[in-house]
Design a protein around this ligand. Structure first.
Ligand code: ATP
Ligand code: MG
Length: 444
């Protein structure tokens, strides 16, 4: 982890150079400096400058007014855009989210002071090297998330920072400084004012990070209670069954950790057991049951994803996977074909990953057996795909028109007949030729 490892892209250097040549100060700033020092590929390169927006615009051929009222201008170099923002002081925040007004300044220190965490408040250019006024480098080395200045004050200005802090801890594997942590806890209730879209962005970044287990920290700090109270309920639902060794919340966290960092998969694991608290029963032996919880989980998943304004594609995939997460079958080819038909060929590979992550977050009870079943199902799936076997109407060797040509009356029976033929083909793939199916058609 060395400052000398920072390499600004050529175009960023060029923009900084043009601004400096015109007599202004300019630096790469924030996340890109942090990520460069950490050896991570920055998502975007932000530039901060003493030049006023109009002054910046005058220096470059192609610019866009991205957020001109906040001082941001996008400079386009060969179709690539870079945000250049004037040094600014954020005025009073109206609602823990929007600064009422911003004031431009010619002083870099004031601009760095408005930033959320020390590791996000460093600036760099090749002429002056690193500008680190609040111990950001030390915190990077010590792996600490710490507010610039007084934590409570910073979180009351903007509640989103609470969630950003936990998300950074998850992404880069840092711990949260004590005072910062206390401020988060104190003000977690103000997250209620943050829009669903922003919550969604932070939640997804945290889920697909290397340490989604920070969900536990978010729960302890009272953060999940604000936008995902369904999760808090999981944390207090015990599972008195030999299949489990954790309560539903801890099981959920382990299941999220067990699946690869894909947004659909991680969301599915987060939501897969949300129906359990409402459906828990205890039998006469003191054993817990959660009959049909997958249905209830699906309904809750739908509600949560809608509330957090997820797109339709994510909504449909995740709810389908949640609905089928507990679908089990003896490992026989016909069962796998039937499951592919029900669950959908598109998400069947996801379904298998979901099953495995779920099993690996359960107790050791019958684990061997469960995993052997999953391995066998996976093997059969691969064979079915490589043999191109038909599991849906689109691959059936006859169409509705074929049935009519063979003498059936047009009408809704055609659809029924096709489904019946499909079901026969799922049982017995060798039937999937036109000749065999037409024979089959007249059999009854
Ligand atoms: P990433 O791009 O990985 O999400 P980032 O730190 O670059 O992380 P951006 O949203 O791109 O986050 O913001 C760039 C910089 O702007 C941050 O590094 C930080 O200095 C500042 N910043 C962003 N959001 C806030 C905020 N809510 N409060 C204070 N400063 C912020
Ligand atoms: Mg960024």
């Amino acid at each position: 982890m060395k400052v000398s490892d920072i390499r600004l892209p050529e175009k960023v250097n060029k923009i900084i150079g043009v601004l400096q040549h015109a007599g202004y100060e300019a630096y790469a700033v924030g996340g890109c400096v942090r990520d460069s020092i950490l050896g991570r590929e920055p998502e975007d390169w932000d530039i901060t400058t003493s030049a006023a927006p109009e002054e910046t615009k005058a220096l470059f051929e192609k610019t866009f007014d991205t957020g001109i009222e906040h001082g941001t201008v996008t400079v386009l170099l060969d179709h690539e855009g870079f945000e250049v923002t004037t040094y600014r002081i954020d005025g009073k925040y109206e609602d823990s989210r929007h600064p009422k007004e911003v004031t431009f300044t010619r002083n870099l220190r004031e601009d760095l002071l408005r930033r959320d965490f020390t590791i996000n408040a460093m600036a760099y250019n090749e002429r002056e090297g690193l500008v680190d006024l609040f111990g950001g480098l030390e915190d990077l080395r010590g792996k600490v998330i710490r507010c610039v200045g007084d934590a409570e004050a910073r979180f009351s200005e903007d509640a989103l920072r609470i969630l950003r802090g936990v998300r950074f801890a998850a992404q880069i594997g840092f711990s949260i400084d004590e005072e910062t942590r206390a401020g988060m806890k104190e003000l977690s209730h103000t997250l209620k004012r943050i829009s669903a879209e922003r919550i969604q962005t932070e939640l997804v970044k945290m889920l697909v990070s290397e340490r989604p287990g920070l969900l536990r920290e978010a729960y302890e700090l009272g953060i999940t209670a604000q936008f995902l109270p369904e999760f808090d309920r999981l944390m207090t639902t015990e599972q008195e069954t030999p299949h489990h060794m954790y309560n539903v919340g801890e099981h959920t966290i382990h299941a999220v950790e067990n699946v690869r960092p894909d947004r659909v998969l991680r969301l599915t694991m987060l939501l897969h057991d949300m129906g359990k608290p409402a459906l828990k029963t205890i039998d006469e032996n003191g054993r817990a049951h959660f009959k049909k919880h997958a249905f209830e989980s699906e309904a809750i998943a739908w509600e949560v994803l809608k509330r957090l304004k997820f797109d339709n594609d994510t909504l449909h995939k995740v709810t389908r996977l949640v609905y089928y997460h507990d679908y089990r079958m003896p490992a026989e080819a016909k069962n796998v074909r039937r499951a592919m038909n029900k669950i959908g060929e598109d998400i069947f590979p996801y379904y298998m990953e979901v099953r495995r992550a779920d099993v690996l977050a359960q107790s050791m009870y019958r684990r061997e057996e469960k995993l052997e079943n999953l391995d066998a199902v996976e093997g059969l799936y691969r064979e079915i795909v490589s043999r191109n076997q038909c599991v849906s109407l689109k691959d059936l060797a006859v169409t509705g028109r074929d049935l009519i040509e063979a003498g059936m009356e047009p009408g809704k029976e055609i659809g029924e007949k096709l489904r019946e033929l499909l079901s026969a083909v799922i049982e017995e793939p060798a039937l999937n030729t036109k000749e065999e199916l037409l024979k089959f058609l007249w059999k009854e």
